[in-house]
Design a protein around this ligand. Sequence first.
Ligand SMILES: [Mg+2]
Length: 236
Amino acid sequence: MSIDEVRELAGLLRRIGPVLLDFDGPVCGIFAGGRNAAIASHLREVLADHGVSVGEELADDPDPLNVLRYTAHAAPRLLSAVEEALIDEEITAASVAVPTPHAHEAIRVCHAAGRMVVIVSNNSPAAIRTYLEHHQLTDHVRAIVGRAHTRPDLMKPHPDPVHRALGILETAPDACVLVGDSDTDIQVALATGVHPIGYAKRPDRRSQLAEAGAEVVVDSMETFAAAVRAASPLLS
Ligand SMILES: [Mg+2]
């Protein structure tokens, strides 16, 4: 954990309030350990059962969200079936997902500091709810904004999830940060006027998130938790 990073992030957090928090990455690895590829294969099987075979470019794609996107434009009549299959798999994955180190601490510190947290994710709301309940975090989160049912076109970097979160919070975008591990998180934050914070789960991601436009990049949620603590007079 870098003290300079804590100081820099605390300086930003002192000027803003709520935290929009991506789920897969900064909170847990819902698709870690090869689970993403297994779920993507399962979704391709659902399509195959209905006589739809994906093109070559998607045949080995390990990202189930890409299969969902593909279904929306290539086989819209099957979108509901694929969405439901994905939700079932995500709920199972969420119930065994390994927490990101210090992620729960970060959520609890925000709650203790009176700083609202909204999960803003491309995962299904049911899976996120399952995870939060499993870890007794439900009461620490103001709201869950997950993937809109059968509307993969509205997933981040589409601004819809961020706009929904801001509507729930009744807050101006520049009063919030969005913490995410993907370039698309940074893109949607910039597009909506929310302050983008990168979470680099691997060292090589740091420069990529910075290049995407993250104001601050942290390599551990411990840094984020420490910055929230430092920015909160009630806790220091
Ligand atoms: Mg993520």
